[in-house]
Design a protein around this ligand. Structure first.
Ligand SMILES: Cc1cc2nc3c(=O)[nH]c(=O)nc-3n(C[C@H](O)[C@H](O)[C@H](O)COP(=O)(O)OP(=O)(O)OC[C@H]3O[C@@H](n4cnc5c(N)ncnc54)[C@H](O)[C@@H]3O)c2cc1C
Length: 388
């Protein structure tokens, strides 16, 4: 049984503890093991299922069918941790509804919010976040995808790659260079409906832990003026502000995967015979278990500290979100690797939970800012304190 004592920490309100308990019951009753055979179909089913159960309401503000007035990062993190512990694909489907609509929640016009957010919360519209250019993944400021202003709107040329929900999304929040200034100050965000003429799903991408993923291409795709989100030239800042909310929750998802691995490994070593006892009696196993517990506890502290700071402090938390994502994803990898080792041959066998967790955790150290990018954010914030 995964440890739940962290719910007593002062980061949480009573509503968070209720949410965690309710979702735990729902996951046990409704979610089986993830079906990796047809992830498009699985995600198309999971989004309305999560919507009907009310969990997607946490992805949008209260005025548009949500629960909290502003996105509540502690609730998002608790939901991601719990879903990831039970069912990686359910976590993915949930996360993308939040990330894909997050820029609209934070910066959209009233009309845009009304048009998209209630459908996201009900699970009736699938959302996607299209930031990554093929030529400049981590280097967002230098993206080449262009949006030229024309009479009544914009014309876009370029492409996006590794776009989660690419191919099944109903709309994409897409970032392109509008050229107000070089680099980061010349980007803008647009809402692109999936049926927009000129939007091509150029390639579906298969990855280590399958989920819907695609490369998008557009050559002369026309968008109406109201597709622009917020002000022109503010796209980089909008993308980073959206990631500040969701980076912490990537850490939470990693934490959920790690807790599941520790749970699976603990059960296994308690049962597996070794000599006259079990693997659990062995001091080397116990040392590994202690390291896993330590990694999980420190990750949880960083994740929920970052979430609390954002919710209660009400300010940007880039440094703390980066610390949480970096540590939780790196250490989840290490926890899950130890769990696989404790399972021996069974640990690398298809159909065994730790084998799936081993694949699921890997991409979390790459997307929404690779671990090295988080280190840049942390070091810059640290040095700024000294430089003044
Ligand atoms: C499964 C998956 C889902 C994704 N979903 C989405 C999505 O929904 N929307 C979206 O827009 N993008 C998405 N991405 C893209 C993801 O955000 C990028 O892969 C990521 O930003 C890294 O970009 P890149 O792959 O081009 O790697 P590169 O930018 O080429 O970087 C390669 C490596 O270089 C190192 N590196 C990069 N920058 C630095 C630095 N400043 N200092 C030191 N080392 C550095 C890191 O180790 C990095 O992994 C997804 C990716 C994956 C794998």
């Amino acid at each position: 049984m995964a440890d739940r004592s962290f719910l007593d920490w002062p980061f949480f309100a009573e509503s968070h503890r209720r949410l965690a308990a309710d979702l735990e019951g729902w996951c046990q009753a409704e979610l089986g093991e993830p079906d990796e055979a047809d992830v498009d179909a699985a995600c198309r089913a999971l989004v309305p299922q999560l919507g009907q159960a009310g969990w997607l309401r946490y992805c949008v503000p209260a005025a548009y069918g949500g629960v909290h007035e502003q996105l509540d990062v502690r609730a998002l993190a608790l939901i991601r941790e719990t879903l990831a512990r039970h069912h990686g694909l359910a976590d993915y489907a949930f996360a993308m509804q939040g990330l894909g609509s997050g820029t609209i929640s934070l910066f959209g016009s009233e009309a845009q919010k009304q048009a998209y957010l209630p459908a996201v919360a009900r699970g009736e519209a699938i959302a996607a976040f299209a930031l990554t250019d093929p030529g400049s993944g981590s280097d967002v400021a230098n993206m080449e995808t262009r949006a030229a202003a024309v009479d009544g709107g914009y014309v876009l040329h370029g492409g996006k790659t590794y776009i989660s929900n690419g191919g099944i999304a109903d709309f994409y929040v897409l970032f392109a260079r509008t050229g107000e200034a070089p680099g980061a100050k010349g980007l803008s965000a647009f809402i692109v409906d999936a049926d927009t003429r000129g939007l091509e799903i150029a390639e579906r991408i298969q990855v280590i832990a399958p989920h819907p993923l695609a490369t998008l291409r557009f050559d002369g795709m026309r968008l109406p003026a109201p597709a622009l989100v917020g002000e022109r030239g503010r796209g980089f800042q909008q993308a980073m502000a959206t990631l500040d909310v969701f980076r912490t929750t990537v850490g939470a998802a990693a934490l959920g995967l790690a807790r599941r691995a520790l749970d699976e490994a603990t059960r296994r070593v308690l049962e597996r015979k070794l000599g006259t006892g079990t693997l659990a009696d062995n001091p080397i196993t116990q040392s590994k278990l202690a390291e896993m517990v330590l990694d999980i506890e420190t990750s949880a502290l960083l994740v929920y500290r970052a979430a609390w700071l954002r919710d209660v402090g009400g300010r940007r938390n880039s440094r703390e979100a980066a610390l949480a994502k970096l540590h939780a994803t790196d250490s989840a990898q290490s926890v899950i690797d130890k769990a696989v080792q404790m399972f021996g041959g069974l640990g690398v066998t298809h159909g065994v939970a730790v084998e799936r967790l081993y694949r699921e955790v890997r991409a979390l150290r790459i997307y929404e800012g690779a671990s090295e990018v988080q280190k840049v954010v942390i070091a810059r914030a640290h040095l700024a304190e000294y430089r003044g």
